[in-house]
Design a protein. Structure first.
Length: 371
């Protein structure tokens, strides 16, 4: 039995958080000892199996008045204390700041193997002045790295790429084997946080044109508010175009496996993504999908345009309009895309992905012991 410690900022609704909760729960069910160490506990988190140990390693309430620099050091101190107490066989960090913390924390703990996971487009996120210092300072310490796409991996130096693995995100089993909805609503659907990089303003503007040609269709966007101002922008566009009767912000939903299949078409409008879980879930459920061909290649990794979905240029409202209308007007083509999209489930069901993770973890631990 292995002891695995995951480290990330939190478990609130997001892609990395969803993957960690899925992996942690699956490992625990398989008899592994699992610890999830987060900086804080959020209000709307993914659920953990009762066998998973949860630890908070961020600054405490008594540290609230400390300086920013002091809090950085405290984060490392508290994580180090956690790792020393738990004595995991491997530490797996998810996302940028967690990767840096895990690597800095274990720099004087050479016996502890560390795997880092990159979850977003490195361009714009790993190329800041601070990253140009932190990556060469910390990343050579990594014993392994997990990426979602080749585009992510190829951004980094050879010493990272040469000891890495590309592993797709596992889809929750509740999205598998969903039957085709026989009484479809005339609805275009999306499930995504209301946040700037999802580019939902472009989607709504595109759908305004769709609605002119197909006035019996509506757009439903499922997802919680990120409180970055995106929801207010979307509400403004809806109000300015008197579109409240056919463009709906549905809010967060815990039963997407029931709601999304009611729609005819799934759309992803992002300006960048790692590997979008929502897209994988829609494909697994057999929905015909339209996605922007955004960096760092997540949609392109899983969609062969015209075969199991449609890829369109990023930030192109006209292309989105035409793609949606094409699938509305050609039901046979849309159904074919959906049927072929569903085939991805054999590669991204939790059992298949967890097997990939287990194999890679074992390789990293074995290689560490042999040094």
């Amino acid at each position: 039995m292995r002891k695995i410690l995951f480290h990330l900022n939190c478990l609130e609704q997001g892609g990395a958080e969803r993957v960690v909760s899925t992996l942690a729960n699956a490992f625990a069910r398989d008899g592994e000892e699992v610890v999830v160490a987060t900086e804080w506990k959020g209000e709307n988190e993914f659920a953990l199996d009762e066998r998973v140990k949860r630890v908070i390693v961020g600054p405490k309430e008594s540290d609230e008045n400390r300086s920013r620099a002091a809090k950085v050091l405290l984060r490392i101190k508290y994580l180090k204390e956690c790792i020393k107490e738990e004595k995991p066989d491997v530490v797996i960090a998810f996302a940028q700041n967690a990767n840096y913390r895990a690597l800095m924390t274990t720099r004087d703990m050479p016996e502890v193997p560390v795997i880092i996971a990159v979850r977003t487009d490195p361009v714009g996120h790993y190329d800041r002045p601070v990253d140009k210092i932190m990556i060469p300072l910390t990343y050579p310490r990594a014993d392994g790295s997990v990426f979602q796409t080749e585009g992510q991996r190829d951004f980094f130096p050879d010493y990272i790429r040469n000891n890495s693995r590309i592993i797709l995100n596992p889809v929750n089993d509740k999205y598998l084997n969903i039957p085709v909805e026989q009484n479809k609503e005339k609805a275009i659907v999306q499930s995504a946080r209301l946040v700037d990089f999802k580019n939902q303003p472009m989607l709504i503007r595109a759908f305004l044109e769709v609605h002119k040609r197909h006035p019996d269709y509506c757009l439903k966007i499922y997802g919680p508010d990120s409180h970055d101002g995106t929801r207010e922008i979307l509400e403004s566009i809806i109000a300015e175009n008197d579109a409240s009767g056919y463009v709906h912000l549905m809010g967060g939903c815990d039963e997407l496996e029931k709601e999304l299949p009611k729609g005819e078409i799934y759309v992803l409008s992002s300006n960048f993504e790692g590997m979008p879980n929502s897209l994988l879930e829609a494909m697994t459920m057999g929905l015909p999908v339209i996605a922007t061909d955004c960096p760092c290649g997540g949609p392109r990794t899983v969609i062969q345009s015209g075969e199991n979905g449609l890829l369109i240029p990023m930030d192109d409202a006209e292309a989105m309009t035409e793609a949606i209308c094409r699938l509305i007007e050609d039901k046979e083509f849309a159904a074919s895309l959906g049927e072929k999209a569903r085939l991805i489930s054999k590669d991204i069901n939790s059992e298949a992905v967890i097997a990939c993770w287990k194999q890679y973890i074992e390789e990293v631990i074995t290689a560490k012991k042999s040094k």
